[in-house]
Design a protein around this ligand. Structure first.
Ligand SMILES: [Zn+2]
Length: 372
């Protein structure tokens, strides 16, 4: 919906307040009182509500209330019938029902987060996994169970597609186990996913893996993503395997720029966003590669009306309108294949060349500490 004509007519302050209220995912009944209390003229509030009804954003509903107990009379009770709540006989008392107009948000009710899977990046700093689980369990009304998956420390393994494949296989098995346990506890819905850095790359590899084609997910947040910016999420969205994708990216995440030179099949979507118009790119200006998972940032993202909270809970139809969407200025062009291949091969050779020294060093350290 285009809100600008309403802003032009009623002013930005009241229209933006109404828009925020409607997109908040809070209770469907929308009252005029808070708008009047915020200093807007009652007449303007009335007119704006009427305009929102015309736009289909609000639904006007006339309620008939019992003049005695004030509760709503069910549809089957006539105007001169008996109130089923307090047995007040309207006909006998010669009283008519009290009429009251209420406004209901026409948007779908906000979504519950069924359960969450967090995929750790290999170089994520700090103990964010523990923070994340603790935050979800204690700080938020999201009481969704969570699964944390941390990839083993990879070092040179990131260079090799074969290593990626074995990690994806492990992830597939762990997810299937968790999904089974979720079903056993009565959670039939697929999990939402929050994936950071290397976790984002392995997630799309999992989605593309034929043996994992039966795995279905809810909403996906990628942060510090190293997936190629030209990756087509559309195929998974259309196939119903993914409900929606949020790319939490940042202009200042310089780490992801190195990805394509060191990690096969990767790219800097965590800085420049995805070209795919089906993805919501939310661009921060000052996050670095790890900021998303600082406890303070996570609290902001997951608390009421934080970015992740809104993305995970809002009706899917209102996501674009509510979260906006940054688009890359021009389509991403990967570095020449020959150049990245030379870089990958060079790094593998370097890794092979230094590995005896690494082995000797750790052997000496072990001897030194007496652990051999
Ligand atoms: Zn009554």
């Amino acid at each position: 919906m285009n809100w600008q004509p309403l802003r032009d007519k009623f002013g930005s302050a009241i229209v933006d307040a109404a828009r925020t209220r409607l997109l908040s995912g809070a209770a469907p009944q929308v009252d005029k009182a808070p708008f009047v209390a915020a200093g807007h003229a009652a007449r303007t509030v009335d007119q704006l509500f009427d305009a929102l009804v015309d736009e289909g954003q609000l639904e006007r509903r006339e309620m008939r209330l019992c003049p005695d107990c004030g509760l709503e009379l069910p549809i089957e009770v006539a105007d001169d019938g008996v109130c089923p709540h307090c047995e007040y006989d309207l006909g006998e008392q010669g009283k008519a029902p009290v009429l009251k107009t209420i406004f209901l948000s026409s948007g779908l009710p906000s979504r519950e987060i069924p359960w969450l899977v967090a995929l750790h990046g290999f170089n994520t700093t700090g103990d964010w996994q523990e923070d994340f689980g603790w935050l979800l369990a204690t700080r938020f009304r999201h009481r969704a169970p969570a699964m944390m998956h941390k990839f083993p420390f990879l070092s040179f393994g990131v260079l090799l597609r074969s290593r990626h494949d074995s990690l994806v296989t492990q992830l597939d098995l762990k997810l299937r186990g968790a999904m089974e346990r979720a079903r056993a506890s009565g959670i039939e819905e697929p999990p939402d996913i929050i994936a950071h850095s290397f976790g984002s790359l392995l997630l799309v590899k999992l989605l593309d893996r034929p043996d994992s084609a039966d795995l279905i997910f809810g909403r996906i947040v990628v942060a510090g993503s190293i997936v190629r910016p030209d990756y087509r999420w559309e195929k998974h969205l259309r196939a119903g395997r993914v409900e929606a994708v949020l790319n939490h990216c940042s202009r200042k995440d310089g780490v992801v720029d190195y990805a394509q030179w060191t990690i096969p099949d990767s790219g800097p979507s965590g800085r420049i966003g995805f070209d795919d118009e089906n993805v919501i790119n939310f661009l921060e200006t000052d996050f670095n590669h790890g900021t998303h998972f600082d406890p303070t940032t996570m609290i902001e993202s997951l608390q009421n009306d934080g970015l992740w909270d809104r993305f995970l809970r809002l009706p899917v139809q209102s996501l674009d309108d509510s979260l906006g969407g940054h688009r890359p200025e021009s389509p991403w062009r990967p570095a020449p294949k020959a150049a990245t291949t030379i870089a990958h091969v060079g790094l593998i050779l370097l890794a092979i060349a230094v590995s005896p020294f690494v082995a000797i060093k750790s052997g000496v350290e072990a001897l030194w500490k007496g652990t051999v």
